[in-house]
Design a protein around this ligand. Structure first.
Ligand SMILES: C[S@@+](CC[C@H](N)C(=O)[O-])C[C@H]1O[C@@H](n2cnc3c(N)ncnc32)[C@H](O)[C@@H]1O
Length: 240
């Protein structure tokens, strides 16, 4: 059955993330049982960094993926994180201060569909659990392609509903009943953790998202299932 459409206007999405910003990291770690850190490390590893790369992290939120790019060995040389939710960025900025990463990572308020970034100026673009929130995914993928230098890589993490029969049933139950309840309890926000399962159900299948990436011009695209297919890592490159 096709999932019901989910409203993704920028004001609604930014407002929702602003409202949960203070509890976002904690909830991420609780709801994923701490596995989210491993997903981010895996995504950054796929970029095969050499220590010289300029990385753009879209929908950066509280900057965990940007931090993972600097924590890698070797690390990205410089990371710019972009997000339109000011409160998420403020939590991220405080994290950078605590970690002493303010010089290496710059956070900018902006919309991923209109990046304030020059053509062919970055070596890699990452997105962690942000693409399903975007109204116009094709526009964001076109922007990623525009700003990437030839041969540049992308790494995108996004949730998915697993297809393995036993796992699927258990996951849907957790996702629809347990997760919204814990989310509401910890974040004290009614809608945000009902939006999460709704937006994941409405997100394109991995095949459909790969088609969007291909349409933007990306090549060598792979969709790799992680943790029983609850998350996919999408990788690809701009033509050299
Ligand atoms: C689920 S959070 C992910 C945060 C972080 N990347 C992570 O891995 O935890 C999604 C973020 O995407 C941001 N976002 C959604 N659509 C956006 C857009 N069009 N432009 C910029 N940020 C956007 C939201 O404000 C939110 O902070």
């Amino acid at each position: 059955m096709p999932a019901a459409p989910v409203s993704k206007t920028p004001d609604r999405i930014a407002g929702m993330f602003d409202a949960i910003a203070g509890r976002y990291d904690l909830l991420n770690h609780i709801l994923s049982l701490g596995i989210d850190r491993r997903w981010r490390t895996r995504a950054i590893r796929s970029l095969a960094l050499t220590g010289r790369e300029r990385v753009l992290d879209l929908c950066t939120g509280t900057a965990d993926l940007a931090v993972a790019a600097r924590a890698a060995t070797p690390p990205a040389q410089r990371v710019v994180g972009v997000d339109f939710a000011g409160a998420m960025l403020r939590v991220g900025q405080e994290k950078l201060r605590r970690l002493g990463l303010e010089a290496a990572i710059v956070l900018v308020r902006g919309d991923a569909v209109r990046l304030p970034v020059a053509d062919r100026s970055v070596d890699a673009v990452t997105i962690g659990f942000g693409i399903r929130n975007v109204e116009n995914m094709q526009a964001v993928c076109d922007e990623m392609h525009r700003v990437l230098a030839p041969g540049g890589r992308i790494a995108i993490l996004e949730f998915a509903i697993p297809t393995v029969p036993g796992v699927r049933g258990a996951y849907l139950w957790y996702f629809r009943h347990v997760l919204p309840w814990i989310g509401r309890l910890v974040s004290r926000h009614r809608g945000a953790y009902e939006y999460l399962p709704a937006s994941v159900s409405a997100f394109e299948t991995s095949d459909e998202f790969v088609t969007i990436l291909r349409r933007s011009g990306f090549v060598e695209i792979f969709a790799v299932p992680l943790t029983f297919g609850t998350v996919f890592l999408y990788t690809g490159r701009r033509h050299a």
